[in-house]
Design a binder for this molecule. Sequence first.
Ligand SMILES: [Fe+2]
Length: 382
Amino acid sequence: MNFSFCLKTEARFGPGVAATLPQFVEKRGYQRVGVILDSGLRQNSHAQELIGGLRGVVKDLKLVENAAAEPTYDYLDEFRKSFDASLDLMVGIGGGSTLDLTKAVSVLATNPRPAISYRGFDLIENPGIPVVAIPTTAGTGSEVTPNAVFTDAKERRKLGINTALYVPVLALLDPYLTLSCPRSVTVSAGMDALVHAVESYVARASTPVSRMFSREAFRILLPNLPAVVERPDDLEARSAMQLGAFYAIIALMNAGGGLTGALSYPLGVLFKVPHGLAGGIFLAKVSRYNAEHGAHQYGDFYDLLDGLPNLLVLHERALAVCDILDRLAGRLGLPSSLEAFGVRETDLDVLAEQTMLLSGAIQQNPAEVTVADIRKILGDLA
Ligand SMILES: [Fe+2]
């Protein structure tokens, strides 16, 4: 049982915790700060209060809004021009895309080539500006990961700039900042977190520590995702979602994902489906495929849920979990067919081939999959 476990970011959690940022900045002596703010939060009182507090303790604050939900490399190269290496700190306030953008900008300030030349893993050479990440959605986990995803508009694929050099020094997980998150984003980010929890648990490289985080993430996320969608002002449910999402990304970061995550990428690039929503559509189907091909460990999730009938056989519990995931997708109003995104039968071969190219995730999937298996899963949803 050999494994390693990694979490590089100091994470502060709880309602109101964002207010500790000015103190952190002062303590470290940061004077020149760049802030990237999700444009949807321009009027948000919690975000404004946060920026106001920051202004009070620094000499120079440069604020730029991000409006891109799925930033491209061209957008990133334009965006980086607003920030340079003279800054002491970059602060990202927003959803996963805004945090990805903040992380990438922080290293591009000290690595001068075009952004796309750093696409891939560990190609960034020089350390960047330190980053503080303040998520306003509960799901993606970008606030602690060494990944930032961008779309290559020419090649029509998503492959990010991945490096440990921009991993945030501090993540402020403040549920107040997620209260205003709109329904569609709450669903998409929440499903993203659930996919992280489930896929990391069954991933081939999962470890006892990562599985502990996966299980707890699942236990928290499953009841709270519908709760937060139905009661968006419920601070307790928002807090639970943020905690569950945090556990889920710790698990994913240490174990890897699988086929569900892989399937979401081509659907995102070719049909503009948000990452979490795309994963959510595939989660039950992929889980069932895996469970039917020997991955009985999905059944462990069953034991974490209250009020369910006793099922003695692990395989039965695994299939019951797939049914539960199916029902959740229905309750959240996720489309049951890819047609809803304009996908036609003739597109399925390309989607299957593009998914197969994501070999890292495919290899982590607990069951073997061929391009024909993926085509079949897509066909069932067409
Ligand atoms: Fe994800």
